[in-house]
Design a protein around this ligand. Sequence first.
Ligand code: G6P
Length: 607
Amino acid sequence: MCGIIGYVGYDQATPLLLDGLKKLEYRGYDSAGIAVYDGNLIKIVKAKGRLKSLCDKLSAISLEGHLGIGHTRWATHGKPSEKNSHPIASASKNFAVVHNGIIENYLCLKENLIKKGINFESETDSEVVAQLLDLYYDGDVLNTVIKVINIIEGSYALGIICKNEPETLVAVKKSSPLIVGVGKNENFIASDATAIVSRTKNIIRLKDEEIAIVNKDNIKFYDKNKNLISKDVFHIDWDVSVAEKSGYEHFMLKEIMEQPKAIMDTIKPRIKDGKIFFDGISLSKEKLGNINKICILACGSAYHVGYVAKYIFEKMLRKTVEIDVASEFRYMNPIVDKNTMVIAISQSGETADTLAAIREAKKLGAQALSIVNVVGSSIANESDSVIYTWAGPEIAVATTKAYSTQLSVIYMLAIYMADKLSKVSYEQYNSYIKDLMKIPSEIEKILSGHNLIKTLAKKFYNCKNVFFIGRNTDYAVSLEGSLKLKEISYIHSEAYPAGELKHGTISLIEDGTLVVALATNDLLYEKMISNIKEVKARGATVLTLTSQKHKDIESVSDFNIYVPDISDIMVPSLSVVPLQLFSYYIAYFKNCDIDKPRNLAKSVTVE
Ligand code: G6P
């Protein structure tokens, strides 16, 4: 949700800001802008639309200077337009500000500022920050920022420059991520490390209400009482290539192909001598025995991972599992106590609703364990314990490798807990570990057959409606298959528990409606065959997805995709992959903007 970059140093700011914005464009792409101090004034150039519009505009302008901020926007307050895009200047033009988040009390602040005779140029909530900085400026930018953050409410990551302090970049955040990049004779701020990793791999994560005063050769951190604080530098171990397509046409395809490695990176370090270990997490038999409910909180695809987890945990642990969309959980007066194990799942670790849901659960006494991809992110910081997925940065808005690595952590957690609770035999444990280690190579096999899926996608890319059906974990995977298709191809689709379709939705099936039927679950295979016959009888074209051992499915289906045979609990890791590829190629044939689907953002840091 919106991307921020800031630069101060020996080099020209404009190309660095644009390069950073290119890497951040997946966070927001309805407008973009930069502000650079040119030795005399802060000059701002903005453009509606993709970053390319801004680059085109800048190619005709010379904007030189060594201090600047940039922003790529995903609109919340005020429609996408040049006027509403960032950076936003204060009335005196002494300040320019870029903002991610939402200033919740902006209407009342704006009213008061207007009463004081201050004119507003945009419809954004962010402009109040720029105007307040002007109003409270006392010659010391740190004092001024502290005054302003004491007034504003809501969430913010702010990058600020001030004409009167032309060698200083200011950063401050609350409930929205912001980092400082430490370079040599140059320093950066950014909403995420991909924007700056080509220049520095040393970063410092700001915590809420910490302020960074960044000059080209020194950085000082303060709390909001103006106390100097010291912060640790974190060294990034991934490369700029993750933010590049490396020959693939889209990041999404690249990330689909990276799944075997990402899963192996996530599971391998946690299996020693055939046993699962989680660093820094101790779940004793007694502790687990006291848990009366597992409550999984997440949004979007991470919620779908939670759906798979519900089936697996309940089957293996025989404990009640509740799975809640985080935005609902936070306001539903949840029934959670000290004996509830809360598991939050989040790629970014910054999703506002998931973060708020954890806070709510913790307030009620629960212990929160999170499964997160970004080290040091807010959700990781606020959880009692964390299991990191090692997917590496994910750039495509539609998640693939993060989903898959989250799922592999779920299997490990299920096996680990089942073992502690003595719910799994020695033989079964070993067989699970064997299957777990097999997942990456089995996914390789599916990926090598991607041309078959491309051919199928070519047949169906003109569909108007698609239904995904399945039972048990097949239903949970259907949810993700359907979401992927909607997100990137804009085809209406719905996922239904196969047995539920006849209670209403089957009325939508007509001649030629595509039904994607997942039938990997051995125990429910015959039931699925009946459901497939039901929809066929109403004219549906059926594409089935099942395991290799179920070749007999060809007698009822029109088209088939097979995944290698593996244990029931782990088959979701395989079956999701053809569905990702199917959505990808459908969007490809529809000529959609696959990596940046309309209206969506990668990381939703606002409510
Ligand atoms: C957005 C993304 C989804 C993602 C969801 C949750 O909607 O487009 O792909 O699943 O947020 O994000 P998180 O970072 O918490 O996993």
